[in-house]
Design a protein around this ligand. Structure first.
Ligand SMILES: Nc1ncnc2c1ncn2[C@@H]1O[C@H](COP(=O)(O)OP(=O)(O)OP(=O)(O)O)[C@@H](O)[C@H]1O
Ligand SMILES: [Mg+2]
Length: 299
């Protein structure tokens, strides 16, 4: 289990982490989300030991992250970190050896991941000759090649095409079900919602929402999505504990507090014209995210 406890980190006057707590268990696939500048990269760097926190602790299985533990972490840094001129396979073998693997295992793991990630044909190409998405696949292979027990990936999905997104998703799910603790940052909330059971929303250096995605959705304000063939002005007179949270393509989304009867809102809508469509749903993760940020604590 990875435990980040009360992490604090400043850069001059900027508070990047403000008592951030996060726990990621073996077998967990945790989506780490938050607005730009929220502190995700800083927290991940602290977890890997690239950045030292000003205060707070990072432990793996109850102990500080030693060099031996670091060798069992797979890390994909935000700034990426491959040697551009080195050939793909050569680089992966080198990285695996650097993490302490014997030559034969390093070669076997390299072959496995190149195959798994659809890179076998590029094994002898210099990394710089690969497309951005393929470089990203190599970056994932580099994070996996030494059989890590903890995976920390900073925006692994950014810049990937839908096929590569599927490959990345499958690999992360597979690693988590093999017992690896996986945490990855992303701005693609719909993807995180589909992929992860577990999510942590960070804002202004602290975790503002944490837990099981399904439970958080269940506990969140329901959304009534309504389109009416009539004046959208009906939504100006909503009952208490309801709020218009989006208007898109003629559809109005109303968040309903726990006690609100959706029928009351529907009556209002119907009074302005025939209903075109109606859906009553749990909130999307992206909506919970916005809710959590609205309630943000003053810094
Ligand atoms: N090396 C640094 N020097 C100065 N300020 C820094 C440094 N690293 C991070 N910061 C600041 O700390 C805050 C948190 O940055 P961080 O990169 O952790 O955010 P993030 O959540 O990863 O954002 P993004 O989604 O944009 O990647 C920001 O205000 C950032 O400007
Ligand atoms: Mg970042």
């Amino acid at each position: 289990m990875l435990v980040l406890e009360q992490l604090q980190r400043r850069f001059g006057d900027v508070v990047a982490l403000e008592r951030l707590d996060l726990t990621v268990a073996a077998g967990e696939l945790c989506g780490f989300v938050g607005p730009n500048g929220a502190g995700k990269t800083t927290a991940m760097r602290c977890a890997v030991g690239v950045t030292t926190p000003d205060a707070g602790t990072v432990t793996w299985e109850g102990r500080p992250v030693s060099l031996a533990v670091r060798r069992r972490i797979g890390y994909m840094p935000e700034e990426r970190g491959l040697y551009p001129r080195m050939r793909v396979a050569e680089q992966l073998v080198y990285l695996a050896r650097l993490h302490g693997l014997p030559a034969a295992t390093a070669a076997a793991n390299t072959a496995h991941w190149l195959d798994r990630l659809g890179l076998a044909a590029r094994r002898d190409s210099p990394v710089e000759e690969l497309s951005l998405g393929n470089q990203q696949r190599v970056q994932l292979a580099a994070a996996l090649v030494h059989d890590p027990v903890l995976l920390i990936l900073d925006e692994p999905f950014s810049g990937l095409d839908p096929i590569a997104v599927d490959v990345m998703s499958e690999v992360l799910l597979e690693r988590a079900s093999a017992g690896v603790a996986v945490v990855f940052s992303s701005h693609q909330l719909d993807l995180v919602e589909d992929l992860c059971r577990s999510v942590a929303v960070v804002d202004a250096g602290r975790v503002v929402l944490r837990g099981d995605v399904r439970e958080l959705k269940r506990a969140g304000d329901r959304r009534l999505r309504v389109a009416v063939d009539g004046d959208p002005g009906w939504a100006a007179a909503l009952p208490v504990d309801t709020e218009v949270v989006a208007r898109r393509n003629g559809e109005i989304t109303v968040a309903l507090g726990a006690e609100v009867d959706p029928g009351v809102v529907l009556e209002l809508a119907r009074a302005s014209g025939p209903l075109l469509h109606v859906r009553l749903e749990e909130p999307r993760l992206s909506e919970l995210f916005r809710d959590a940020l609205q309630d943000r604590l003053p810094r």
